[in-house]
Design a protein around this ligand. Structure first.
Ligand code: DAT
Length: 187
């Protein structure tokens, strides 16, 4: 690898879809270093708090902060972060969007003691595929991988992604749809 050359895989998804778990399992044993995007946002103070205490980050600030952080670095990186799809296409090679059936997401967020309203908000965002849409709008379909963590274990999820990286294109975005189940209670 040339000096300054880097490969960045970003992992995004609604809270509770398994980003941190996936990033750790993926980088474990591989030559990838973990970057916690939330930590970077916190450290650089590039956020404002909205009325319910949620951090709001301007995408340009995020891109600049990431650029500064990566300057002079080389190697392989996994970026764990709910907002990682807001990075510029030139700042990453692959973008993984993790998805989880809203009813299962609910249980995961309940066990984290999320507020009821916050749980509902996240279930709705997941049902509508908000992050996937933003990811594809910003990065196109070619480098975006959509993976369901509802039933697959973390290591199965990571293996699916490794297989997709190794050969042929699978895990194409647009194959997951929770709307039916979420709004009509079936499926
Ligand atoms: P996030 O970082 O997206 O908020 P997390 O990594 O903290 O999510 O994981 C949320 C929970 O989901 C955690 O208890 C592990 C669980 N989980 C179940 N199946 C998973 C899978 N296939 N991949 C990642 N996490 C999974």
């Amino acid at each position: 690898m040339e000096k300054g050359e880097k490969k960045v895989i970003a992992v995004t998804g609604t809270p509770g879809t398994g980003k941190t778990t996936f990033s750790k399992v993926f980088s474990d044993g591989l030559d990838y270093r973990l970057i916690d995007l939330n930590e970077l946002i916190e450290r650089d103070g590039i956020y404002e708090l909205d009325s319910d205490g949620t951090k709001v980050v301007n995408s340009q600030d995020l891109q600049n902060s990431f650029k500064k952080h990566m300057s002079g670095k080389s190697g392989n990186f996994v970026v764990d972060g709910l907002l990682s799809h807001l990075l510029l296409p030139a700042q990453l090679e692959k973008l993984v969007v993790l998805r989880t059936k809203p009813s299962v997401l609910k249980k995961r967020l309940e066990s984290r003691n999320y507020h009821e309203e916050k749980i509902r908000e996240n279930m709705e965002a997941e049902a509508l595929g908000v992050i996937l849409q933003e990811a594809v709008a910003n990065h196109g379909t070619e480098n975006v991988y959509e993976i369901d963590t509802t039933q697959n274990s973390p290591s199965e999820t990571v293996n699916l992604f490794k297989k997709a990286l190794a050969g042929g294109r699978s895990l194409k975005p647009g194959s997951i749809d929770w709307l039916e189940e979420f709004y009509f209670g079936s499926g």
